[in-house]
Design a protein around this ligand. Structure first.
Ligand code: 13P
Ligand code: SF4
Length: 386
């Protein structure tokens, strides 16, 4: 496990590193007008940005919010964005499933994805008539990089009788080859629904081997998977949970299902980022630890000041590519536009639509914890991506 922070904001990036000149360099000054327009926002981030830093941040926040109105743009902010982005400029906030639904429904003509590239692609797939921008083309994902469309074609050749479910953390090319997508909010629902539709006891779930094993433990369905992993969540272990419980008696341990199965076995609750946030809001545990990306604790803590957060600081380097500065640049220059070949988009959309057509759940599904980890087979194909 990475560095543990017992008190205060968990993630030091990017605000303390941001020189005052970031706004200055863009000709944005902390004028009386900017001060008047942003004073009421400061309390939302007072635990993360010092009063000394605020004059360097406020002009960027004000400029972004002004540009959004001018360009008819909305910002979709994933739960892993730093609080300056999440709380000050995000219009819609949530997990992958919530952001996908917002992309499909928004009436704005421009979507800025404050998240990673596969999320921006999902928005473009669902809203092709809109301009979808991502502030950094380097905001990737270790899961999305672990598998290609060609890999899925080979899987389907080898296992023609089994449906292939892809976690949304994949490229449009991969989605286009799969029968249905899922997110960590609905993975068990999707796997059960597609197994019933295909009248099969076996489903292939790619590319996250840990999510697949965690879903297998929840359902009676035989699941085969792919050797992908999230570089952030695979760092957590059952020993970490044990050490946390020893060091912080009574701490409630919440885990994301991209964590290895022994972590879910040892945790008190598991679910998507939205499920974890809901759990804290609904149960108000006295002390809690979220085994997921670092900024998530900052964002949930800001909504739940009475809850004591222990913060394991595992940063997603891809999510952290998105900053206020590059959101501003992206809106000024209308870059980087995410485009998808129409034929690929239509096939990927079919896989996402199949997921969205399932009955809408009242809340993201929780993963039962305490279940013994299950070993499940990997698919066997002749090529494996690097
Ligand atoms: P959620 O769908 O739970 O937000 O997860 C997305 C993700 O990338 C987690 O690492
Ligand atoms: Fe991908 Fe993991 Fe980062 Fe989520 S946290 S975007 S799964 S690398």
């Amino acid at each position: 496990m990475a560095r543990l922070i017992d008190r205060g904001p968990g993630c030091p990036t990017p605000t303390p590193l941001r020189a005052e000149s970031a706004a200055d360099a863009r000709g944005l000054a902390y004028t009386a007008e900017v001060k008047a327009a942003t004073d009421q926002l400061y309390p939302l981030v007072k635990d993360f940005i010092t009063p000394m830093e605020w004059p360097a941040i406020a002009p960027l926040v004000h400029a972004i919010n002004t540009l959004k109105a001018e360009k008819d743009a909305v910002i979709l902010a994933h739960n892993y964005m730093t609080p300056d982005i999440f709380r000050l400029v995000g219009d819609f906030r949530g997990d992958s499933l919530q952001l996908a639904r917002e992309a499909a429904e928004t009436e704005a003509s421009v979507i800025v994805q404050a998240g990673v590239h596969f999320m921006a692609e999902t928005s473009k797939i669902l809203a092709p008539e809109k301009t979808v921008l991502i502030p950094s083309m380097e905001a990737g994902c270790s899961l999305a990089a672990s598998i290609t469309g060609e890999d899925v074609r080979l899987i389907k050749q080898r296992y023609p009788d089994y449906p292939v479910v892809t976690y949304v953390n994949t490229t449009a090319d991969v989605k286009a080859e799969c029968h249905i997508t899922c997110t960590s909010s609905n993975a068990a629902q999707v796997v059960e629904a597609i197994a019933a539709e295909w009248n099969t006891d076996t489903v292939i779930l790619v590319p996250d081997q840990y999510l697949a094993r965690n879903v297998a433990a929840q359902t009676g369905i035989r699941i085969m998977t792919w050797p992908g992993a999230c570089e952030v969540h695979e760092l957590f272990s059952a020993e970490d949970v044990e050490q946390l419980r020893e060091a912080h008696p009574g701490v409630v341990v919440l885990a994301h299902p991209e964590c290895p199965p022994d972590v879910l076995e040892a945790a008190d609750f598991a679910g998507s980022t939205a499920a974890l946030a809901n759990y804290v809001g609904d149960h108000k545990p006295a002390r809690v630890v979220l085994l997921t990306e670092c900024s998530m604790s900052d964002n949930v803590a800001a909504e739940n000041p009475e809850v004591d957060f222990i913060r394991p600081c595992n940063l997603c380097p891809h999510m952290k590519r998105i900053t206020l500065e590059n959101i501003y640049d992206c809106l000024v220059e209308m870059k980087h536009e995410v485009l998808i070949e129409e034929e690929v988009r239509l096939r990927a959309k079919a896989a996402i639509d199949a997921m969205l057509a399932l009955p809408k759940m009242k809340a993201p599904l929780a993963f039962e914890t305490g279940l013994p980890p299950r070993t499940i087979p990997m698919v066997e194909v002749s090529t494996v991506t690097a």
